[in-house]
Design a protein around this ligand. Structure first.
Ligand SMILES: [Zn+2]
Length: 393
């Protein structure tokens, strides 16, 4: 964007009220006597060619004072500007993402734990004058997440859930901490060896962030009913169990769809991580995905043969790779819970390539309400793939 909002027209709504200010996350600095920049990071920086100094003075005045005072201050220095010129200038800067309300929704930083303030400033990137950077954080604090599995993926998910300030986390895992876990499950300590992961995780979180309420369940999740038993009051599920392969996700999906709870699935295999999310009634569910692949991949069902091949997967996990998966999965959970930014994996298999450091949409699939036996009115026996699940179960 080049300067001179006074001479620009904009389709953005003029900012009529609020206490706008240039976002605290952006510096403002001159390059020379006519050009200046807001922002210092590639991709979120704008340069203004502002020979008359109107935009600079406007930006200077956007310090949290009421809009009428901003207008008056700018017009004192630049009498040729009309009131609507200045309002258009504010709207343009807002449209470009540089303006926030100083006191959105009556919240202040004092209302939040100090450790969460950097999160809130991160969220401010995504909110304009009419938005509220505290909203996403408040939503997280008010949320209950059910985390299934506390292994290589889940234990690291839990660390991040603590960091982002989720209010309550229900965790379920039946395993105990083993020495072999300690290279990648960094929530646990040597003293935890032999202790149930759910118990050790709850203790670790109590020391890490005592404001997060953890409800540990030392139990195996072997059926949809086992998941349903844990779903009361849950806003979102994160499924980090992947044994038995596919069957575990199908059980979790059945419970979450029946109770209308969104679920983020995160799994890792050698050099790839995958995150996908089901929002019941909105996106295709896990069984819609099975049908989608059955329709388009002639060897999809045949590939389930690996489950009967006698191959027992060794533990393959490299902590830096798992952290990439953890980052994407937990950010996705935050996106679904708060809407601070659009989720990337709703109805999409979002694939992370650890080797290349890239991520991409592997596949997207629709809701199939007339075909899916789980989220629609379809018949399970119509689909060969679901027989594979019964044989494998
Ligand atoms: Zn479905």
């Amino acid at each position: 964007m080049a300067g001179h909002p006074a001479n620009q027209t904009t389709d953005a709504e003029p900012a009529a009220d609020g206490n706008p200010r240039i976002k605290e996350i952006y510096p403002r600095y001159r390059l020379d006597d006519r050009r200046f920049r807001i922002g210092a990071q590639l991709g979120i920086t704008a340069e203004f060619d502002d020979a008359g100094g109107e935009v600079w003075d406007l930006a200077e005045s956007l310090d949290g004072r009421p809009v009428p005072e901003v207008v008056a201050a700018v017009r004192r220095r630049h009498p040729h500007l009309s009131v609507s010129d200045v309002l258009d200038g504010i709207a343009t800067l807002d449209h470009e993402g540089f303006v926030e309300s100083a006191t959105p929704g009556g919240h202040t930083e004092d209302d939040f734990d100090a450790r969460l303030l950097p999160n809130i400033r991160y969220f401010s990137r995504f909110e304009g004058i009419a938005g509220n950077r505290y909203r996403a954080q408040q939503r997280l604090q008010d949320s209950t997440v059910l985390l299934l599995g506390l292994g290589g993926a889940g234990s690291n998910f839990l660390t991040l859930l603590s960091g982002v300030g989720v209010g309550r986390v229900i965790v379920a895992d039946h395993d105990s901490v083993e020495a072999a876990n300690l290279g990648r499950q960094l929530l646990y300590r040597e003293k935890d060896i032999g202790v149930p992961k759910a118990t050790a995780a709850a203790d670790a979180l109590e020391q890490m962030n005592s404001r997060v309420e953890v409800r540990p369940h030392v139990r195996k999740v072997d059926s949809a009913e086992d998941v349903t038993d844990l779903l009361d009051g849950v806003d979102l599920v994160i499924c980090a169990i992947d044994e038995p392969p596919f069957i575990a996700q199908r059980r979790v999906n059945a419970a979450c769809v029946a109770r209308n709870v969104p679920c983020v699935y995160g799994l890792s295999q050698v050099t790839r991580g995958r995150v996908f999310t089901v929002v019941p009634g909105v996106s295709g569910c896990f069984d819609c995905l099975n049908i989608n692949y059955s329709q388009k991949d002639p060897v999809f069902v045949a590939q389930f043969g690996f489950m009967r091949s006698g191959w027992e997967a060794p533990s393959i996990a490299y902590a830096p790779a798992l952290f990439q998966l953890s980052a994407v999965a937990v950010d996705e959970a935050v996106r679904v819970l708060t809407g601070y930014a659009p989720p990337r994996s709703v109805g999409v298999q979002f694939e992370i390539d650890y080797e290349e450091g890239t991520a991409f949409h592997l596949n997207d699939w629709p809701r199939l309400p007339e075909l899916c036996p789980t989220c629609g009115t379809g018949t399970e026996s119509d689909w060969e793939v679901f027989r594979e699940y019964r044989e494998g179960a």
